[in-house]
Design a protein around this ligand. Structure first.
Ligand code: SF4
Ligand code: SF4
Length: 196
């Protein structure tokens, strides 16, 4: 049963949670410990970006355990995590929270379920797309594609800086390309096969 529109985003019904999600995350190296979480809140207390997150690290771990897959993968929390490891070194249960955050980022990109107009996942996805296609990162193309997906008006504001960078040769319209990007593709395929 889907919640009526006025309750959507506030209540998750039992049949909307994904019970296998916790096991999926626990199977990720570093995620094994999520079931040992004491909900002590130390991770949230030491996390310098927790005030800006939609769910604190403690709450996110509990949401994973409860199977709130959609909410977790759409959250900004995983993208705001800077990977500083403060939570992991202070966690009394020895949970590798930072690694869990990285794993959730990968899962969100793979599922296409990251927050839509939030710049960090858009930048990461576009960067990967760019490098996979040419073997190099083209800053000008990256800036334009990210701005078009996040906030096209920003392009107008950034135009004077962009022109200066182009004029002084710090940025190039035509990006470099490796000789055979298909070879990079097959290398990446083998790495991802080996990681399975
Ligand atoms: S510090 Fe560790 S045990 Fe405490 S809430 Fe965070 S993840 Fe759970
Ligand atoms: S690794 Fe991420 S979640 Fe942990 S303290 Fe640092 S920013 Fe916060």
């Amino acid at each position: 049963m889907k919640a009526p529109p006025f309750l959507q985003g506030k209540i998750t019904f039992e049949n909307q949670v994904v019970p296998g999600f916790a096991a999926e995350v626990a199977a990720i190296p570093g995620g094994e410990g999520i079931f040992e979480c004491l909900q002590c809140g130390t991770c949230s207390g030491v996390c310098s970006v927790a005030p800006y997150m939609d769910y604190t690290p403690r709450r996110l771990i509990n949401m994973v355990r409860a199977g709130f897959k959609d909410e977790v993968l759409h959250s900004r929390t995983v993208w705001l995590c800077t990977g500083c490891y403060a939570c992991a070194v202070n966690c009394p249960a020895g949970i590798h929270i930072t690694d869990v955050m990285y794993a959730l980022k990968r899962l969100a990109i793979r599922n296409g379920s990251h927050p839509r107009r939030f710049p960090i996942p858009v930048l990461v996805s576009e960067f990967i797309r760019n490098v996979r296609r040419t073997g190099r990162s083209n800053e000008a193309e990256l800036v334009v594609r990210v701005a078009m997906k996040v906030n096209p008006l920003r392009l107008l504001r950034a135009a004077p800086t962009g022109l200066k960078l182009l004029r002084t040769g710090r940025m190039h319209i035509r990006g470099a390309k490796i000789e055979d990007p298909r070879r990079l593709d097959s290398m990446l395929e083998s790495v991802s096969e080996a990681g399975k």
